[in-house]
Design a protein around this ligand. Sequence first.
Ligand code: ADP
Ligand code: ADP
Ligand code: MG
Length: 643
Amino acid sequence: MFKKILIANRGEIACRIMQTAQKLGVATVAVYSDADREAKHVAMADEAVHIGGSTPRDSYLRGDVIIAAAKATGAQAIHPGYGFLSENPDFVDSVAAAGLVFIGPSAKAIRAMGLKDAAKRLMQAAGVPVVPGYLGENQDPEHLAAQAGKITYPVLIKAVAGGGGKGMRRVNRPADFADALASAKGEAATAFGNDAVLIEKYVEKPRHIEVQVFGDGKDALHLFERDCSLQRRHQKVIEEAPAPDMPPEMRQAMGDAAVKAARAIGYKGAGTIEFIVDASDGLRADRFWFMEMNTRLQVEHPVTEAITGIDLVEWQLRVAAGESLPLQQEDLTINGHAFEARLYAEDVPAGFLPATGRLEHLKFPPGARADSGVRAGDSISPWYDPMIAKIIVHGPTRAVALSKLRRALALTEVAGSVTNLAFLGALARHKGFARGDVDTGLIERDIMSLTSETPACDGVKALAVLAVAALPQDTLTGFTQGTPMQRAIALSHRGEALSAGLAVQGPDRADVTIGDRVIAARRRGPDWGVDGQSARVVVKGAKIYVFTADDTYAFTAIDPLDRDTTAAAGGKATLSPMPGLVKAVFVTPGQSVCAGDRLAVLEAMKMEHTLAAARDGIVAEVLVEAGQQVEAGAALILLEDEA
Ligand code: ADP
Ligand code: ADP
Ligand code: MG
């Protein structure tokens, strides 16, 4: 076994690899970019080497600098993780040339599987079923259109150099072919610098089922299948093992085909053979076809680990260090069922836009494995993929594992960035998914219901109000500890102001007024419960996060006297912090005011609030008069622009 290895990666996978290295007594060297100076993978490693700027091109893709770091630290081998340099055969050659071991397949095996058309031809020759289609060199548009006609529509145009779902277009009828071809080629040229495409039959009711293979260069075996059909835009969202309703004879046939594929290229290390399956008539042993091989450890490898009890990274290190396959095919069995959900910092309502932010609070659920490259206090930077964690559960049956997944997602807490957690939870509760009736179109078909936001209910708002009242530096007006008086509390939530009344009735009883509803709250231990329910509440500064089983709700406490929050737009407008009645206005247009001067008085929640000037200036406009009822957020007084 190696004494020391370098991990040429970052985030959760770098941490995952180090965990096994530590278990095996292998010292670890991390590499990091400017953005990752304080990252978890750096803290976890025995040594760390800075390799450049924040963009991957300036750091994690610099093979020469990484190899130099390995030499300088005395590492004997390099683990590439996934992504970055993991499937770059030139890097593998350079590692070998430097006298180091690449923990993964040979450059030759990577090259053989690098282009989808060549890989498919190779697999066809090895007797592995491939999707019917055109794999030829002739890229003339008319020729390709004729081939598409022969295959019969619908067809799928795929970039031969493709990955990550890029350069792929489904075409339903001949009239659309030319345009789809042009756009697939354009995307492929930009993303991969290679615009060659192949054409495949588009498989109906497609399921993505892949087989984990493992080789030692002499022999190969498989570790069963994973179902990755829950995809959004060809990207995996929730993966599971084994595949639901997999008939034993089909598992046998797919496993045999995958091992045949791995043997055909003398495969060494962990790899995945991806198959597309026609599930229009259930799963049948003659309806799966080779799609591509990924010559690395996959993101979703933990579900295979969960059902086989094998540490795949340990196998990678042992085989790279010269050992033969640690077990034989007949030693392997499937134990129970596992799911993995990919938790991302993503703005789901904005179309799954990657989000960034400092994770003010991060709590992973009990009863689940959480593979993560970040800790509370770390930031999700714009430089890399915004993954927060992979949540993995295992149970004796699919139904039990799915219940555990729902529970794990419900108990996961992330504050400081929006996430796809509610979307994952909705998927875990999806009826078709629960039945195992999955295909790659499931998410798209039900995207509206899966991404619909549940607005904060009054109970959630009441919990946020109670949390504000418990803020240690309570600067809100009109509050005297212990007196059962009505007190106003202002919050903002999803960009809107929210005002509430709070009447403390005793140490463990309070009434919260929201609109015309009065909600009775009772203390249960340290927490408040409302409407017979409780939720977890976390307060970070002026931010309040309420975690329910289905969603996360963020609120910001507003101090009515805080000039920064009441005077928005660069101090130009004084806004009403809550709905109320304007009692008095003290200024007229043209009048000079100083920061802190009284501008108006607002009556809300049976209390009077003085609104003060945020800065020195001249009153430009007075938009309200005494006696007028105003909405939360209404502009009351405008100052002239600053000179
Ligand atoms: P990538 O290299 O981008 O991962 P793949 O060839 O693995 O490309 O395909 C990505 C996804 O596209 C698959 O997981 C599947 O959902 C879908 N797909 C690929 N080929 C077909 C096909 N022939 N018919 C239907 N869907 C397909
Ligand atoms: P406000 O509630 O003050 O109107 P936002 O809705 O923009 O403002 O939320 C404030 C902050 O709270 C966000 O910038 C983000 O850091 C965090 N946040 C918002 N929604 C969530 C969520 N669903 N999960 C975790 N954190 C969140
Ligand atoms: Mg793929």
